[in-house]
Design a protein around this ligand. Structure first.
Ligand SMILES: [Zn+2]
Length: 303
């Protein structure tokens, strides 16, 4: 999904990316990258550990290696003098920040150092783990800055409101927009409508559901209890900018024409999914725009 070869293999971009990524994750960056003995770059970061009574600083030495182009894993030969480097920086643990995978040999070597008490702990951020973070909400600016092509493919969600709004299946609770970039089209939004002769149709409820069993359950429920038919839209479809607009306009037009009336509950659910999908459809705000929003303190009353 994410192609790390977008990041130039020469230069120091991978190290800068590691620094910004780990900062976003909540680490404190102690030192900008320093050239290590092996020609690679090491970074020092700290995190606060909470004990029963005290807070402790845990310092990690981060080794950055970018082998995405050759696709080879990072081996023991690539990570020389780990113990000396960790000691030299007064660090507690070691992090390998790699665009590929660590070799099993390197993994065993670090395990050994840990068992022998030479280092307190170690972790790997490999390509897959980094990707898992990047596709989540909150990393879109990092993705846009360092991996613009992947950004276009993934269409990450943006934080438009002060917290992420999920769209949960009303039956099983699964977040239907969490993995929208996989385009697996497994979520739908449905209007349950009652048709009245010579009068406007009434949308009595709007529900979100997984395709299949969850949807069938509601379809049956509304038909058996209210003789209401359900009209559905693919959530992945209405996440496409032009269909998103069509969906909003369509709803407005129906109401304006008087062909349809919504119950309060149904209208609220329609607004809720419109807000949630804006996290996918809209573009990221610029810093200037964010400042403007703050200046106007105009968090409008959307709901
Ligand atoms: Zn479901």
């Amino acid at each position: 999904m994410i192609d790390f070869t977008e990041i130039d293999i020469d230069g120091e971009v991978w190290e800068s990316f590691a620094r910004d990524f780990l900062e976003e994750l909540g680490f404190y960056i102690e030192s900008t990258p320093d050239r290590g003995a092996d020609g690679g770059k090491d970074l020092l970061i700290t995190e606060q550990l909470q004990g029963q009574l005290n807070k402790y600083k845990f310092r990690w030495l981060v080794s950055c290696k970018h082998y995405a182009t050759s696709k080879r894993s990072v081996s023991e030969k690539d990570e020389i003098n780990i113990q000396e480097r960790v000691e030299g920086f007064n660090a507690d643990g070691f992090i390998g920040f790699y665009s590929t995978l660590p070799s099993s040999g390197l993994n065993s070597r670090l395990n050994q150092l840990k068992i022998n008490g030479k280092i307190k702990d170690f972790r790997f951020f490999d390509g897959k783990l980094i990707e898992n973070h990047l596709v989540r909400i909150g990393y879109s600016r990092l993705l846009l800055r360092y991996l613009p092509e992947s950004y276009r493919k993934i269409k990450p969600k943006h934080l438009i409101f002060d917290k992420y709004i999920p769209i949960k299946c009303d039956r099983c609770g699964k977040d239907l927009i969490e993995n929208h970039h996989e385009e697996n089209y497994d979520g739908i939004v449905c209007n349950a409508e009652i048709h009245h002769d010579g009068k406007p149709s009434e949308v009595i409820d709007v529900y979100y559901a997984c395709k299949g069993d969850c949807d069938k359950y509601f379809e049956g429920y509304y038909w058996n209890n209210f003789k209401a038919i359900t009209r559905w839209q693919d959530i992945s479809d209405i996440s496409i900018p032009v269909f998103y607009l069509k969906w909003i306009m369509g709803t407005l037009n129906e109401i304006e024409s008087g062909n349809k009336v919504y119950t309060e509950k149904a209208f609220k659910k329609t607004k809720q999914i419109t807000l949630a999908l804006s996290q996918i459809v809209m573009r990221e705000m610029t810093e200037k725009e964010k400042e403007r929003v703050m200046a106007l303190s105009s968090i409008p009353d959307y709901m």
